[in-house]
Design a protein around this ligand. Structure first.
Ligand code: MN
Ligand code: MN
Ligand code: MN
Length: 274
């Protein structure tokens, strides 16, 4: 069983890379790709643990990008961790996140809440600062009673902390992955809530840009979605990938290894690096 999409505490997951690999092994995953958001910090640790547990670990990453103004995620699989292009790409993504974190902190300060940048950083175990870290700061400082309130009052859609991140164009991200020796995979195509024609236009552009695969199965999903994505992959000559998008225990709809297998009729993405 292949699970080619999951997160550790080096991005927004809960488990350490070691805990993640052990859980994958217990769930009968034989080949796991760690794909943290815009970082590969956990990969070496995951690889060491995978060696000890007797499973395979694929070096991966999930890059944020945009296509026609929409946020789109692109997974890179079997990337070369020593690639200078990868190193620069990750540095760039870090700057985008940092800029946004500063803007959120600036807006909170104007609302009379100082110190949010340093405050939020206390809750970030990796080096990525996101809105959940600001939410925890706001709760601890008494500005919100819980996560929900923090988003409703300060961080959610239309609120002061709702700042769009200026992610790179999707073609740029595909180039980064390809130049780092990896395979570019369009993540969770069904989750962008696009019409079928819009989705096809995006997948076409992805294939034209050098993308090689799309996620046919991501988390638990309905058979209709799977069947539709098989058709789209075939139409554009793409390989298929599958993964849980696991972030933490207690979310059975995205458990490690807890999704259907990749359907026949689409070539599996791992053919591209085996
Ligand atoms: Mn995530
Ligand atoms: Mn994603
Ligand atoms: Mn993900």
């Amino acid at each position: 069983m292949y699970d080619l999409h999951c997160h550790s505490d080096q991005s927004d997951g809960i488990l350490s890379p070691e805990q993640l690999v052990s859980r994958a092994k217990a769930n009968n995953v034989a080949v796991l790709a760690l794909t943290d958001h815009d970082t590969v910090k956990g990969v070496a640790r995951a690889k060491a643990q995978a060696g000890a547990e007797g499973i395979s670990l694929v070096a991966g990453i999930e890059f944020s990008s945009q296509w026609q103004g929409r946020g789109v995620h692109i997974v890179g699989l079997a990337i070369d961790l020593d690639s200078p292009v990868l190193f620069q790409a990750i540095a760039h993504q870090g700057q985008v996140r940092e800029k946004r974190a500063r803007q959120i902190a600036g807006r909170l300060e104007r609302l009379g809440i100082p110190g949010a940048l340093e405050g939020a950083r206390r809750y970030a175990s990796g080096d990525q600062l996101g809105r959940p870290h600001f939410a925890r700061f706001l709760i601890d400082e008494g500005h919100a009673g819980n996560m929900n309130q923090a988003f409703k009052r300060y961080l959610g859609a239309g609120k002061p902390g709702d700042i769009k991140q200026d992610w790179p164009d999707f073609g740029t991200v595909v180039d980064w992955i390809t130049e780092a020796g990896g395979v570019a995979v369009l993540a969770h195509p069904a989750k962008y809530k696009m019409t079928r024609s819009k989705l096809c236009a995006m997948v076409q552009h992805f294939a034209d840009s050098g993308g090689r695969a799309i996620e046919i199965v991501c988390s638990k999903q309905s058979p209709d979605i799977t069947a539709n994505l098989v058709k789209i992959a075939s139409k554009f000559g793409l390989h298929g990938s599958c993964g849980s998008d696991f972030h933490s225990p207690g979310q059975p709809w995205q458990e490690l290894g807890g999704f259907g297998s990749l359907p026949a009729g689409v070539p599996p993405v791992w053919e591209l690096w085996q």
